[in-house]
Design a protein around this ligand. Sequence first.
Ligand code: AMP
Ligand code: ZN
Length: 469
Amino acid sequence: MALKLYNTLTRQKAEFEPIDPKNVRMYVCGPTVYDYAHIGNARPVIVFDVLFRLLRHIYGPEHVTYVRNITDVDDKINARAARDYPDVPLNEAIRKVTEATEKQFHADIAALGVLLPTYEPRATEYIRRDDGRETMVSLIETLVERGNAYVAEDHVLFDVSSMPDYGRLSNRSLDEMEAGARVEVAPYKKGPMDFVLWKPSKPGEPAWPSPAGIATPGRPGWHIECSAMAGALLGPVFDIHGGGIDLTFPHHENEIAQSRCAHGTSVMANVWMHNGFLQVEGEKMSKSLGNFITINQLLADGWPGEVLRLNMLRTHYRQPIDWTKKGLEESRKILAGWFALDGLDTTDRTSISREVLDALEDDLNTPKAIAELHGLASAKDVKNLGAALGFLGLDGTTLRKANERTAETAQSIASTVIPLITARLEARKRKDFAESDRIRDELAKMGISLKDTKNKETGEIETTWEVTR
Ligand code: AMP
Ligand code: ZN
C-alpha cells in the first residue's frame, strides 16, 4: 500500500507524492517558549514524530528533512519575563525565560521518545541574517515591493485583498470573514482582516532595525516567523506542513498568504495536516482555560513517557482525545503486556510488519496499528511496532538518546542549583538571612523549591531541592 494522507487544503485523503523522493520536506509549528508545555502541546510533537519515522522508513532516513521551530520572540514571552524577573533588564529576563523553557521542552519530549528534527531553528535567528538566506525582513520587503503589504504607523501589514484566494485553507471567503470580524480594528488597517507582519517596539522591548524604510526599530508578527524559517530551510514549496487544528486559521492561512505572495507560487506546501484537540471534559486543554496538565507534571506523577505516548496514539490523530486517568491506566496495562512478552530483543531492529505498516500508511492510523498488534502479539511484532511508533525501551537507539539528553538537562540544572544552595547554607551559617532568603527567592524563580532538614547525627542543616514547575 502507498502512503495516503488527509490534506486540509483539499479536504481529501490522497496518495502522497513527494516533490523529490530524495529529499522529502516537512515543517511543523513548534512551541512558544514561555511556559511548560502541556500534554495537549505534546500531541503534534508525537503525531508528527510518528510521521517523521514513517517517512524515514519509506524514503530512507537521509532523505527526509524535518523542521520544527522554536518561537522565542512573542509578546507572551515579554510579559512572562517582566513578571518573573522584574529587577532584570527585559532582554536579559527574556533570555532567562526562553532558555529555561526550551531546555525543559527538550527534556519533556525526550522522555516521550521523540526524535530530534533535522533542524530546530529559533525565530530570532531568522529575523535578519547575512548569509543570503530568506529572513522575515527579506520576506516583508518583497511583500511590500510586490504590493501585497503596506506600511502604516510604523507597522507593516499584509493586505489580504491583494490575494484572490485568501481563505482557501480554512475554506472561508474574505467577504464571510469580514462580515464576521469581531476583532477590534486598528485605525491604520486598510481592511479588517489585514494582519501584522512587523510592529514597532517600545523602548526596552526586543527590537531589530525595521524593514521598508521604517525608522523606529521593531519586531516581527507571529505568522511571518514560520514563513521565513520554512522558506530558508525547505525552499518556497515543500511537501508537508503540520500543526494543531487551531492553527489552521489564522496562523496557517496567513503563512500561506505570505509565502505564496512573496514567492509567486500556487501553494506553500502540498499537504497540510492538522491534529485534533486533546480535551478535558469536552473542552480543549489550554493555558487560557486553565485546565491543563504539563508533560512535566505527568512524568513527575510517575507516568512513564511511553505510557503517555501510547495513550496519545491510541486515538487517530484527527479525532479529539479525551485525556483521562482511566485511559492512562489502560495504556500502562497494554505496555506492561508487551514488555512482558518472551523473547523481546530491544536491540534488534527488524523491519516493520506489513499489517502495522499498512495501518500507518493509511493516514497514520495508529489505533489500527495498535489493534493489529493485539491480534499478532508475538515478540517480533511488538518490537516492530516499537520501532515504527517510537516506544522507548522497544527501540534501543531512541531510549539511549533520550536518556543521554535527560541526563544532560539534569546535570545542567544541578550545576546551576548546587552552588547556589551551598552559598545559601553558608549565608545562613553566618546569620546573613537577607542573603539566604534572596538565594531562596532566586531559586524559586527558576522553579526550584528547597527543603531544609536537620541531620539527626551531625545536627547540621541539610537542603534538598526539587523542580516544582
Ligand atoms: P501553542 O504553544 O499554543 O502555539 O501550541 C503549540 C502546538 O500545540 C500547536 O501546534 C497547537 O496547535 C498545539 N496544541 C495546543 N493545544 C492543544 C490541544 N489541547 N490539543 C492538541 N494540540 C494542541
Ligand atoms: Zn507556524
